[in-house]
Write a protein that binds this ligand. Structure first.
Ligand code: FAS
Ligand code: PHB
Length: 404
């Protein structure tokens, strides 16, 4: 058995684990990351693209913001189209200047990986059979297989940053866990292409044929999505069929400027809302997708992971710099308050923008539910007050500080 020691063991080298590790290391708090797959595999996942201001500030605080500041695009608004009629949500005006940054999760992850490597911080990739032990004791450990050896990592705290399919959440006894879940009756098919985006800002399009989202990664790279049936596979959507359907769901002006091209990546993601309560157990803390999942309609998934990281970082700073161990009890309650706001907004945007067809939802048929939600969307779009409700949640609600 090979024994390693650190102050904070981090399970998972996605954005949550890497950002937390970078912030802690800059404060002299030692940490080791255990990741199940290779770094290249992590970078191969194409996911989020919109960063809230809180996330941007945290990346800068971690000293990893240079490329994001150079290549990321600041967006002051986005469009919502309803059967071809577009309304621009002027976030900057409606929130007194708040904006979001358009910069791919893959790029953030790469920047964090490069910074961790440059700082010679320890990341064990291809760590197998990770097990969390004695998490309610003062000396929790993590055992795992790595490089043909059985290893034991001794630590003070464990950050479960291992995503929805990770092992950390299962460490909380089932009788102590409350899991809230909604599975939506459709998925999103995403296509990444080296083609100029149809618009300088994002377009969320509600259409009788189904939802579409026109997003971007740069002036030459597009990330576009269409709502698809859960029965569909990527093979059902050759590039030409995707582009034709995507164009039909866009408002006219955007459709006319569409440039199609071969897909670099194509994938279908199911949509779900999921929250695990509590987000901590003993000296183990759940962070990001390990604790919660949102439908991507509100661009909140990655951003909720960032606010979890911010709260846990504040807790661990207080523990190691002020010797205040009691503050760890605050983590789950503070994190969950913001998570539930993000979950509700994502659920609301998903219900308003998607076509439920004849699927049942909330005890009524999809057609009736769809008419209710179309009325809800039109009500909020019709007034500055209604648009402000959307804008202030899209840019991200404030992060909460620890109580004294
Ligand atoms: P992640 O899942 O990114 O990372 C967890 C890491 O833990 C992974 O690298 C995994 O390999 C590792 N791991 C798992 N089990 C382990 C174990 N037993 N031992 C060690 N390591 C283990 N969010 C948005 O805001 N907008 C979007 O458009 C969007 N699109 C998405 C599309 C898809 C298909 C998915 C799955 C998610 C999407 N998300 C989106 C959400 C996504 O961005 C997450 O919020 C973000 O990846 C969260 O980061 P982490 O919490 O680090 O979890
Ligand atoms: C993306 O660019 O991948 C993206 C942007 C906004 C969303 C979802 C995905 O709401």
């Amino acid at each position: 058995m090979k024994t390693l020691k650190t102050q904070v063991a981090i399970i998972g080298a996605g954005p949550s684990g890497l950002l937390l590790g970078q912030l802690l290391a800059r404060q002299g708090i030692s940490n080791i990351i255990l990741e199940r797959v290779t770094g290249d595999y992590v970078l191969g996942r194409i996911r989020a693209g919109i960063l809230e201001q809180g996330f941007v500030d945290l990346v800068r605080e971690a000293g990893v913001g240079d490329r994001m500041d150079k290549e990321g695009e600041v967006h002051g608004g986005f469009e919502i189209a309803v059967n071809g009629r577009s309304i621009r949500i002027d976030m900057a005006k409606l929130t007194g200047g708040d904006t979001v940054v358009c910069y791919g999760q893959t790029e953030i992850t790469k920047d964090l990986m490069d910074a961790r490597k440059a700082a010679e911080l320890v990341t064990c990739y291809e760590a197998a059979d990770v097990k969390l032990n004695d998490v309610t004791s003062d000396k929790p450990t993590v055992t795992f297989e790595h490089g043909g050896e059985t290893c034991q990592l001794e630590c003070d705290y464990i950050a479960g940053c291992d995503g929805f399919h990770g092992v950390s959440r299962q460490t909380i006894p089932a009788e102590l866990r409350t899991e809230h879940e909604t599975i939506y009756p459709f998925g999103w098919m995403g296509l990444l292409s080296e083609t100029p985006p149809v618009s300088k800002e994002l377009i969320y399009s509600k259409h009788e044929r189904g939802f579409a989202l026109a997003s971007r990664r740069s002036a030459t790279r597009s990330r576009n999505y269409i709502q698809v049936s859960l029965d569909d596979t990527v093979d059902d959507w050759p590039d030409d069929r995707f582009w034709e359907e995507f164009k039909r769901r866009l408002p006219t002006k955007a459709a006319e400027s569409l440039v199609t091209g071969p897909s670099i990546e194509k994938s279908i993601a199911p949509l779900r809302s999921f929250i695990c309560e509590p987000m901590q157990y003993g000296n183990m803390f759940l962070v990001g997708d390990a604790a919660h999942i949102v439908p991507p309609t509100g661009a909140k998934g990655l951003n909720l992971a960032a606010s979890d990281v911010s709260t846990l970082y504040k807790v661990l700073l207080r523990v190691y710099q002020e010797g205040d161990k009691k503050c760890i009890e605050q983590y789950s309650e503070i994190a969950l308050r913001r998570v539930w706001h993000g979950e509700r907004f994502s659920w609301w945007m998903t219900n308003m923008l998607h076509n439920f067809g004849d699927m049942t939802s909330h005890g009524m048929d999809g057609l009736t539910f769809g008419r209710f939600m179309e009325s809800e969307l039109n009500y909020y779009l019709a007034s500055e007050a209604g648009q402000r409700v959307i804008a202030e949640q899209y840019v991200g609600l404030p992060y909460e500080d620890l109580t004294t």
